[in-house]
Design a protein around this ligand. Sequence first.
Ligand SMILES: Cc1ncc(COP(=O)(O)O)c(C=O)c1O
Length: 490
Amino acid sequence: MLDTPSRVTVEAPPMTGAPIDASHAARPNLLTVADAKAMSLAEMTTLFKDHINPGQLHFMKLLGFHKVKIESASGMYYTDQNGRKILDFFGGFGSLAFGHNHPRIIAARKAFQDEDRHEIAIAFMSQYASALAKNLAEIAPGDLDMVFLGSSGSEAMEAAIKVAERAAGPKRPKIVYAENSFHGKTKGVLSLTDSELYRGEFQLTGNTVKVPFGDIEAIRKAFETDPEIGVIVLETIQGGGGIIEAPVEFWRQLRALCDKHGVLWVADEVQCGMGRSGRFFAFEHAGVVPDVTALAKSLGAGKTAMAAMIASRKVYMKAYGTPKSAMIHAQATFGGIGEACVTAIEGLNVMYDEDLLGNTERVGAYLIARLNALKDKYPQIIKDVRGRGFMVGLEFQDFSQTLPALLRPMVGLLDDKLKGSLSGFVGAELLRDHNVLVAFTEYNRNVIRLEPPLICGREHVDEFITALDKVLGRGIVRIVRDFIGSQAGK
Ligand SMILES: Cc1ncc(COP(=O)(O)O)c(C=O)c1O
């Protein structure tokens, strides 16, 4: 390692028109890894504002997240700069199935590094990518056998749409998607993400048809009247929409309708898959199999970016099955990178060795039962408890009309995102006073999303419920008044 900055003199002629600058090879003023680790909260805030997302800081301040610097994380907990342990019921929107720094996953990664293994899997075939693909095909039901590896949920969903669109063929270019859907923010899937905010003013593809989520009659009508429809894309459980499920019967009828009309069904399992619902794939609850699906988030076992599109062999071969079409699809630079594959392989093994699916089903049911008891205790605050496994939505009543007249104008002064919403106030108080982290919901500001790691035990549920009970027990007026007070000077 160089202990002084390198100053290499390059004798090459300057590029045409470029001024000669002797300092062009000088070392820029770079921060080191040690600098990053030791950074103060104030420095972090400045750099976040200057180089990442100044607007986002505004929301962090509203919720009190700007006061926290995480120093380490283990299992169900973060530890902040003051040594405070924070219970993680947010779980990175479903990215932390194995909790933080699961010892088996860390050990697999360390061993891989110590053995000088290779990472990039473009030139040669990769034993790691092959093993991961085989594992996913083994777990996935039916003939969901063909795997594309990528790095994000959006990328996996892009690949899912592409494989389905090619298999459907050029005469059936239309894609059905659902109200309140979230499939990612990259340019292609943005056309299937039902958010005016995220769509901004981007040019989207015009070949889409929107239907209400879970409405089989609307889908039947669309399929019957528009022969150009070739693909339907649905989250099996809507996450960003506020944990919305469709009944088992809906999925069975959907499968039958797709078969009847030759429409391909793409199931987005980026958030609800990887065991979060108590089955590996949420569609397994209905006993039906889609034509294409996508996983991400927890596939990286909380340590890396890993995503997969899994297509039925029939669909895949139709889309990319010949040498000529194979290269249309071929993998991305970082698709199937070695250590990420090993991390995912170990994660999948841990999931079954530790019976995380069984734990999710049992403890998830316990969480929902305890939340329902709180709903009975605070009917004027909690409107609904829904979901399954560790994909749970807690919806609050809209208090904007029930709040005393005195407080209403003050709430009106708050940011648009928080008006009428208790979830922001409750979430902020849970973090500030009770060391519990929960997640907010993109499209429904009255819903808190609970997506703890699948290793969550009853004791963690008890800890969370005790905290929530204490917050709710103070009553809406005090929760709102304190929150408004906490915003003073921000
Ligand atoms: C259902 C669903 N699909 C796709 C995505 C996009 O995943 P990513 O953020 O990894 O691109 C998300 C992310 O939250 C999601 O919840």
